[in-house]
Design a protein around this ligand. Structure first.
Ligand SMILES: [Ca+2]
Length: 415
């Protein structure tokens, strides 16, 4: 099978030719349209190059008519004469028409190009409807013999502002390895570039990310290759705070239908969707391929703080109170997750929680006076006895254990 060949081929065809073009001025019968006539001929007399007047800050603009994530811009320079005129030109991409689009974000500066050369500039998914080529800062002619653009249409843009792209630790059900020994590991799904994550063919393959924090998730965007195994229709996206069964005990937030290959698939979520783990699960016997997965969200601030000092339970209680805090209460999966994230960094095998047994009334209670409804007791480790308090294990599933309260552990204070 030609896996490596197929999976590297991510970039679609030239999208410049469907656009509309204009330029700052036209001279020598060199209209803007000649840069998208599909012909790289670089001798001016072949009538396939543009030409502006000699002017301050000449520019050429392509309107793609819709917003694209632009991957590459390939420019063909003039041959036989004047190839140095392009030196210092900038490629700018964005949605603004301020200053004719010349203030949009910069993809590249063309320091120089050989006569007649075609050079590809990587714009790595910069978003925009307009692609400008402008020579700032001097009086010059601008001539372009061809401009080719690759990218993918932004189908949906979720209503999410001020969100950041999230990273984390990834894993998947198995790793596909190609004939050349390349391992298509899980982190390739969120890396920049054209690599893909790829499981072996198996029953119910999955991919998961641990965001190492609790995040509101607003938007997930997935791009896959055109190869038929890149179709992940029927996959489900789970988001939540549980690690169990690779995250598939969390709530299903998306059932993927009509997945589009060679394009971005956007999944938008309500403001109440949050979690530490995101799982993509494909409930059939198949490969699971993810070429680019972008996750956008905002961090939910944790109320917990690990104190890396060894204290008895009562000393820990007093320490937190001295800091205007209290020993942590765990009342749901979210607070359990925040406590787990703190416990991972402790220097002792257990960390104290604000959980205590009263042998007068014979029940467990949180010092914050909250009922013990949610629980994560380790099997047979809930010992109802005097002088016992609750501690979370640093490792594994971070379950709770009863411990004699004179033992000295790190502890978690809560705001
Ligand atoms: Ca041309």
């Amino acid at each position: 099978m030609l896996w490596s060949l197929i999976l590297i081929y991510l970039i679609g065809p030239n999208i410049a030719r469907v656009g509309k073009v204009t330029q700052s001025s036209t001279a020598y019968n060199g209209p803007a349209s000649r840069a998208i006539d599909g012909n790289r001929a670089s001798k001016y007399s072949e009538s396939s190059c543009t030409h502006t007047q000699n002017q301050i800050k000449p520019w050429w603009r392509l309107d793609l008519l819709k917003t694209y994530k632009v991957e590459t811009v390939t420019i063909t320079n003039r041959n036989y004469c004047c190839h140095e005129r392009i030196n210092g030109a900038e490629i700018r991409i964005g949605n603004s028409l301020n200053d004719n689009g010349n203030t949009n974000p910069k993809c590249a500066v063309i320091s120089s190009m050989s006569a007649g050369a075609s050079t590809t500039f990587q714009c790595r998914g910069m978003e925009g409807r307009y692609v400008n080529i402008v020579i700032p800062g001097r009086r010059e002619f601008l001539t372009l013999c061809e401009v080719e653009v690759t990218g993918v249409n932004v189908l949906v843009s979720c209503n999410a502002s001020n969100v950041t792209e999230l990273n984390g630790t990834t894993s998947q059900s198995s790793n596909y390895t190609d004939d050349g020994g390349v391992v298509y590991s899980s982190e390739r799904a969120i890396e920049d570039g054209n690599n893909c994550s790829h499981t072996s063919e198996q029953r119910n393959p999955w991919w998961r990310i641990d965001l190492l924090g609790v995040y509101r998730i607003y938007w997930i965007s997935i791009f896959n290759t055109g190869h038929h195994n890149g179709d992940i229709t029927d996959a489900k996206i789970y988001i939540g705070n549980s690690r169990e069964k690779n995250g598939t005990t969390n709530r299903i937030r998306t059932n993927i239908t009509n997945f589009t290959r060679n394009g971005w698939n956007d999944f938008c979520f309500d403001t109440n969707v949050s979690g530490r783990y995101i799982t993509v699960f494909l409930p059939k016997t198949s490969f699971l391929i993810l070429c680019r997965m972008k996750i956008f969200g905002t961090k939910k601030e944790s109320p917990f703080k690990l104190i890396r000092e060894n204290k008895t339970w009562v000393e820990a209680l007093e320490h937190c109170r001295d800091q205007d805090m209290h020993l942590a209460s765990i009342v749901d999966k979210e607070t359990q997750t925040w406590a787990e994230l703190e416990a991972r960094n402790s220097s002792t095998l257990f960390v104290w929680l604000g959980l205590r047994y009263t042998c007068v009334l014979e029940f467990w209670f949180w010092v914050e006076d909250l009922p013990v409804k949610f629980s994560r007791w380790a099997p047979d480790k809930k010992i109802d006895d005097c002088n016992m308090s609750g501690a979370m294990r640093r490792k594994g599933k971070h379950l709770w254990f009863s411990k004699s309260d004179v033992k000295k552990y790190n502890f978690i204070c809560a705001e």
